[in-house]
Design a binder for this molecule. Structure first.
Ligand SMILES: [Zn+2]
Length: 85
């Protein structure tokens, strides 16, 4: 049986571009019905994979875009961008 790591390019994290602690992520998580097919796999670092958790890649992108929109509207209104900690 082919290991998941051998099915895709493991060069850098798709989200943060880190080259360290790389893992294989299921774009659509198994828990949401995702499969082990190559088209459902992507390389993420351990941190990004942990934060993504049970979300699908599409859900993550939706949250990213939402957050960027909020930041851009704050900046265009002359306000400081949010920091979440
Ligand atoms: Zn990452």
């Amino acid at each position: 049986m082919t290991k998941l790591r051998d099915k895709i390019k493991m060069t850098r994290c798709k989200y943060c571009k880190s080259k360290e602690n790389l893992t294989v992520d299921h774009k659509v998580p198994i828990i949401q019905g995702g499969t082990g097919k190559n088209s459902n796999l992507q390389c993420l670092c351990r941190r990004c994979n942990g934060i993504k958790s049970g979300l699908s890649h599409k859900q993550v992108i939706r949250y990213f875009n939402w957050f960027i929109e909020i930041q851009e509207s704050r900046l265009s209104a002359g306000k400081k961008p949010y920091t979440l900690r």
